[in-house]
Every structure is written in structure tokens, then in C-alpha cells.
Design a protein around this ligand. Structure first.
Ligand code: ADP
Ligand code: MG
Length: 485
């Protein structure tokens, strides 16, 4: 029998660049010092009260709008009650039951393998993150810096059918969060974490009827997209195997975790003994009506996202789909590119230099574009020097690599290395005349029809100038000079 995978994602992403946490005045910022960004509220001390961070709500609503979700008329929060050290209040303030969330029922177009697909969104809600724990063989540590950091949880419908689709969607979301300024969305900082829900069903059955879906298995807290991909593929294979060997009935609704080391999913708990969180409306945060003008303001302030920028690069700057795709992949690269154009560089040339030299360098050195010495202004100066013929484009490449390696600006490198291309016709003519004097047979051969002798003569000029003569200029002046005779 053939099977089809059904996959739903719960993507958690921390909101960044709010001055404080979502309900307390502690800074929403990273620090290496554990338990330093905390206030009494984050520790659940008696008598403390939450205050809603408006900027976090604004960003959450913006995400809701980008996803085409419906925003609520009233904003309110709910308590999810549970007992665990990562949440000292013994409840998490969240938005769980409809219509509380900042967004319900939306959809998002995303590209997978060159095809446009549509992911259906169930909801997106704003909540507080929990403290982070590290477990060692005989002790654990806990850091409350993360407790109370604003967190967006995006829940999709079971809308994906392969690991590839799920990961393409997550990459699209990360790009949206970064371009819109909602989050840095950096998995290395633990800002993105996903729960992955996987089931399989017989391929011939009607997918639109949930009765035909298989038993859902949830894999919790996968913290990289590579992990999401591997966990889905592993889980699909595990479930198909159970079908094939007749043990599928034993697959119950359960929660598993992804074990990076063994590359397997591991049983955690059964859904049968799922905790009842006893949700109720958070009484310490009054319900308030969302102002229509404010919502309009948020909608109008949504920045240009990657697809829009890509369109500009192709339609206005004449870049290929391939180059435009590369430039918008990371927001920082796209910003760098746009800044270079603002400094006066030609859009196509800037794209060439960035995609061929700078991105290659970043890959090789494991650096980000913000970490390199060369600024958009320096790159513009370099492009300008090549354009004016001060240096050849081959030399330009050399200069750029030197700038990156030696952390010096292009002008200094060119001056120090005496690399300047001879672009003045007087200087070039002097050397051409010298060469023709020394190689009179060259003129005869040319006149006799062996015109490719020009290559040799130009070569002689390049030799005498140690490669500094502008080759195109030398060539045309050489022909002109011979034909005069
Ligand atoms: P729960 O109540 O167990 O949290 P939900 O219905 O809220 O389950 O769904 C949680 C996630 O599981 C959503 O992302 C949803 O798309 C996904 N999901 C639901 N049913 C299935 C299924 N049969 N197979 C795969 N994913 C599913
Ligand atoms: Mg949640």
C-alpha cells in the first residue's frame, strides 16, 4: 500500500528588539550572564503584576496580518496552569482558546522546489517564553533570563506532505520575521523552536476528511531546521514500518522528542495522560478593544519583504531570478546590497561583486556580511575604480580579497601595491611606439593579413607595463597605430 504523510507545525519564535519582556520590565536582551535579566515578576514573587508590552503586541499583530489571519476585536490573555521550574508563577500567560489569539485562520504562500504552495495557518498567538534549562549527568541548571521573553507561537493546519515542504515553509517564515523586524529569528540563539506533528494515511483515501488521517505523533522542541527535516523523515519511516509489519495499532497519540545524536525520535509521554491546563482568562490583564487606527497604522508599516525586494531587483535592476534569489535569501545581505546602490554603485555590477566575491568569502570564512571590514561605500569605491579603468576587473577581484583579508580600504590597497592601471593614452602610446620600434616585423605580418599578431604586440605592452596598461585601450590604439603606417 502507498502512504501519504500529513504534517502540521507549531513554530515558536522569540520577538526581538522590544525594550523589555512581554509582561515585565526586565530587558529583552541576550547576555552571557545567567539570571541577570530578571525582575520579581519573572520569578513569580507574590504581589507582582504583569504589564503588557505594547511593542510586542504590535509585532505580534503585524505577524498576524502578514499571515493573512483575522485579528481579534478584543485583546486578552489566558492562563495555562502547570507546575514546572521553568515557570515559577506556575502558569504561563498565553492565548490558547479561540478567539483570543492575535491571529486566526490565515494562509501563506511559500516556494518549494520552484513551485508555489499555500500553507494553511490555524492561528498565531503571543505568549511568554519559559526559563531555559540545561541537564547534566547529576545536576541541572536553570537560567531565568529567557522567562518572560515575548514568544510567538504559529500553529499550522496539517498542511504539509513532506519534510521538504515543512522546511521550505519554516525558511519562508524565518525570512518574514527577519525582514519585518519582528525577530532576528536566529536558531543559534535558540530563538526558533518547533514542534512537529506527523501522521501517515493511505494514499487513496480522501485527505479532506480528518477521519482518514492516521494517528498523530508530536515531536517536541526541535531546534534546527535540519532537525525538523530529519525528525519528519525518521517518523514517516517509523510509522510506515509499523503499518507494514502490522504493529500500527500500537502507535498511540504520543509526544516524542528528537534525539540529535542517535538521529531518532524517542518516546516521552502518551497523549492519553495529557495534562489538563485549566485555561481561564488572565485576570490581571484587563481585556481591551483593539483600536482600528492603530491596526491600520501597523498594516501600513509592514516593511518590504523578500519577495517584494526580489521583484524590484529583477524588474527594475535587471538581475536574473538566480541572482535576485541569492541576494534576498538573508536580509543582512539584501540590506548591504541596497546600501551599496544607495552609495551610487550600478545595481548589476554591485550584484556581481557581492554574489561572486563577497558571498564566496563569507562561505569560506564562516562569517556574516555584518562582520566583514568592507563597507558598502568601500565596495562602491572599488566598483568605481574598475569602471574608470584605474584598475582592471581582474585586479579589482584581487583588491577586494585583500581588503577583506587585510582589513584595509580599496584605495589604500591600490596605492600600496602600485596596482594602478595605466589608463592615460599618452602613457600607453609611448609604450606602443617602443614595442613597434622593437618589432617591425609585427607591422609587416599584420599588413600581410596575419592580424592576430596584434595579440602578441599587446602582450609585449602588457609585459613592459607589468600588466598595468588597460588591455582594451591598448588593443584599439595598437591597431590604429599599425594601420596608420
Ligand atoms: P493538540 O490538541 O494535540 O495540540 P491540535 O489539533 O491543536 O492538537 O494540533 C496541533 C498540531 O498538530 C497542529 O499543527 C496540527 O496541524 C497538527 N495535526 C493535527 N492532526 C494531525 C494529524 N493527523 N497529522 C499530523 N498533524 C496533525
Ligand atoms: Mg503554546
Amino acid at each position: 500500500m502507498k502512504y501519504k504523510a500529513i504534517i502540521g507545525l507549531e513554530m515558536h519564535c522569540e520577538i526581538s528588539e522590544t525594550n523589555s519582556k512581554v509582561f515585565s520590565s526586565a530587558p529583552n536582551a541576550y547576555t552571557d550572564c545567567p539570571n541577570s535579566n530578571i525582575r520579581p515578576l519573572d520569578m513569580g514573587f507574590p504581589g507582582t503584576l504583569p504589564v503588557v508590552n505594547k511593542e510586542a503586541v504590535r509585532k505580534a499583530l503585524m505577524a498576524s496580518m502578514i499571515l493573512g489571519c483575522k485579528q481579534p476585536e478584543y485583546m486578552y490573555f489566558e492562563r495555562k496552569n502547570y507546575y514546572y521550574p521553568d515557570m515559577p508563577k506556575n502558569y504561563q500567560i498565553t492565548q490558547e482558546t479561540k478567539p483570543a489569539p492575535v491571529g486566526i485562520y490565515g494562509e501563506l504562500k511559500y516556494e518549494c522546489d520552484g513551485e508555489i504552495k499555500v500553507a494553511r495557518i490555524n492561528n498565531i498567538h503571543l505568549e511568554e517564553d519559559a526559563a531555559s534549562q540545561d541537564h547534566y549527568s547529576d545536576f541541572s541548571t536553570i537560567d531565568y533570563n529567557r522567562a518572560g521573553v515575548p514568544l510567538l507561537e504559529l500553529v499550522t493546519e496539517p498542511t504539509f506532505h513532506s519534510a521538504k515542504e515543512a522546511v521550505s515553509f519554516l525558511e519562508t517564515m524565518r525570512s518574514i520575521y527577519q525582514y519585518s523586524g519582528i525577530s532576528e529569528a536566529d536558531s543559534k540563539k535558540g530563538q526558533i523552536r518547533c514542534d512537529v506533528n506527523v501522521s501517515i494515511m493511505d494514499e487513496d483515501l480522501d485527505e479532506s476528511d480528518p477521519k482518514n488521517w492516521g494517528t498523530k505523533v508530536e515531536i517536541k522542541n526541535v531546534n534546527s531546521f535540519g532537525g525538523v527535516r530529519d525528525a519528519i523523515n525518521y517518523e514517516i519511516a517509523r510509522q510506515i514500518e509499523a503499518k507494514e509489519d502490522g504493529t500500527y495499532d500500537q502507535i498511540e497519540q504520543q509526544t516524542r522528542r528528537w534525539d540529535e545524536e542517535s538521529g531518532t525520535t524517542v518516546y516521552m509521554r502518551s497523549k492519553v495522560d495529557a495534562i489538563d491546563y485549566k485555561y481561564f482568562i488572565e485576570p490581571n490583564i484587563p481585556k481591551y478593544k483593539l483600536n482600528k487606527n492603530w491596526l491600520d497604522e501597523i498594516r501600513n508599516s509592514i516593511p518590504r519583504l523578500a519577495p517584494e525586494r526580489k521583484e524590484t531587483y529583477m524588474n527594475e535592476y535587471g538581475l536574473s531570478n538566480y541572482d535576485a534569489t541569492i541576494l534576498v535569501k538573508e536580509k543582512d545581505v539584501s540590506d548591504y546590497y541596497e546600501e551599496t546602490i544607495k552609495c551610487g554603485a550600478d545595481a548589476k555590477l554591485a550584484s556581481n561583486w557581492i554574489t561572486s566575491v563577497i558571498l564566496g568569502y563569507l562561505n569560506k570564512e564562516f562569517k556574516t556580511i555584518n562582520e566583514i571590514y568592507v563597507t558598502p561605500l568601500m565596495l562602491t569605491e572599488l566598483i568605481d575604480m574598475v569602471g574608470k579603468g584605474t584598475i582592471s576587473s581582474k585586479q579589482g577581484k584581487e583588491v577586494l580579497f585583500k581588503c577583506l583579508d587585510e582589513e584595509k580600504d580599496p584605495k589604500t590597497i591600490v596605492e600600496e601595491s602600485g596596482m594602478k592601471q595605466i589608463g592615460s593614452s599618452d602613457e600607453i602610446l609611448k609604450v606602443i611606439l617602443e614595442v613597434l620600434e622593437e618589432q617591425p616585423q609585427g607591422i609587416e605580418q599584420y599588413k600581410a593579413g596575419k592580424t592576430n599578431i596584434v595579440d602578441f604586440l599587446v602582450g609585449q605592452v602588457m609585459k613592459k607595463t607589468r600588466g598595468q596598461a588597460n588591455p582594451a585601450m591598448t588593443r584599439s590604439m595598437m591597431i590604429e597605430e599599425i594601420e596608420k603606417r
